[in-house]
Design a binder for this molecule. Structure first.
Ligand SMILES: [Zn+2]
Length: 156
């Protein structure tokens, strides 16, 4: 195994590639779900049924719930939401942070941290943010992305 560093987020290579091939390719304000297993971002679902407005990504709730149930059966935990922004808008908007807070609130005690990365399409830059609840306040952290390559015969 490897040591988990708090400043890093660990992502399976296949997940990173599918993010690149969808959110990294299409026009901005698209999004999807992130799932984790054993501390690694192990699943990504591109929300092709999302209702995308002019400047926001709105998940398709029915589809999201369907995926979350499927992940639960695979022991994949919901980790957060990833979405794309127009060029130069590399920070989370107030609406994004608000959305992250609501996710934490509805998940009660299970989820104090929600991943909320931003993808800038074409340039395929990913800014990996995590919204963290600490007591009654919220903090946004920026993480370095570490890609976990598949080992031959390995479980990843
Ligand atoms: Zn946003």
């Amino acid at each position: 195994m490897f040591n988990i560093c708090q400043h890093n987020v660990y992502i399976r290579e296949s997940v990173y590639q599918s993010i690149k091939n969808t959110l990294g390719t299409y026009e901005p304000e698209k999004g999807g779900l992130l799932g984790s297993k054993n501390g690694i971002i192990s699943s990504f679902y591109y929300d092709e049924h999302a209702l995308t407005g002019d400047n926001t990504y709105i998940p398709n709730i029915d589809k999201v719930n369907e995926i979350l149930l499927k992940w639960e059966s695979e022991e994949v935990t919901f980790a957060g939401i990833i979405h794309s922004h127009p060029y130069l808008k590399k920070n989370l908007s107030f609406a994004d942070i608000d959305f992250a807070k609501r996710i934490i609130e509805i998940n009660c005690s299970d989820l104090y941290t929600v991943h909320f990365p931003i993808v800038i399409p074409k340039h395929v830059e990913i800014y990996w943010y995590v919204v963290i609840k600490e007591g009654d306040t919220y903090r946004v952290d920026h993480k370095n992305i570490k890609i976990i390559h598949k080992k031959i015969g390995g479980k990843l």
